[in-house]
Design a protein around this ligand. Sequence first.
Ligand SMILES: [Zn+2]
Length: 138
Amino acid sequence: MKLSPNFTLEELTRTSYPRLQDTPTELQVMNMVYLCAAVLQPLRDAIGKPVQVTSGYRSARLNAHVGGVPNSAHLNGLAADIHVDSEEDARQKFEILKALPAVDSVLFEHAKNGSRWLHVQTKRISQPRRLANFNYKV
Ligand SMILES: [Zn+2]
């Protein structure tokens, strides 16, 4: 399922520990649509190259297993970890993300094995939006 022109639900729910992952709820999927529209797609469009998401939505069990904080935005589908392949690549992505109004937080994270990635998260009101009515004729 496509969430935006260059991002899919499969990509944002993929994990090395599939047994610990859940199927996201409708609200969590809507959060991922928002994350893609407001953060990931604008980043992808700005750099003009594929953006690899290494971790998006996480179930509580998966989040605990990978050492995520208990209130992680990954639990709501509002965060993504993005692959970076050099300091220059990381700096470029960081600067683009920092300038996006929907970005709540962007930071570098690293694992004990030395791998590095960018964590980016957004905020969204917990209720799905209500659709507008277009009543031209009254
Ligand atoms: Zn993260």
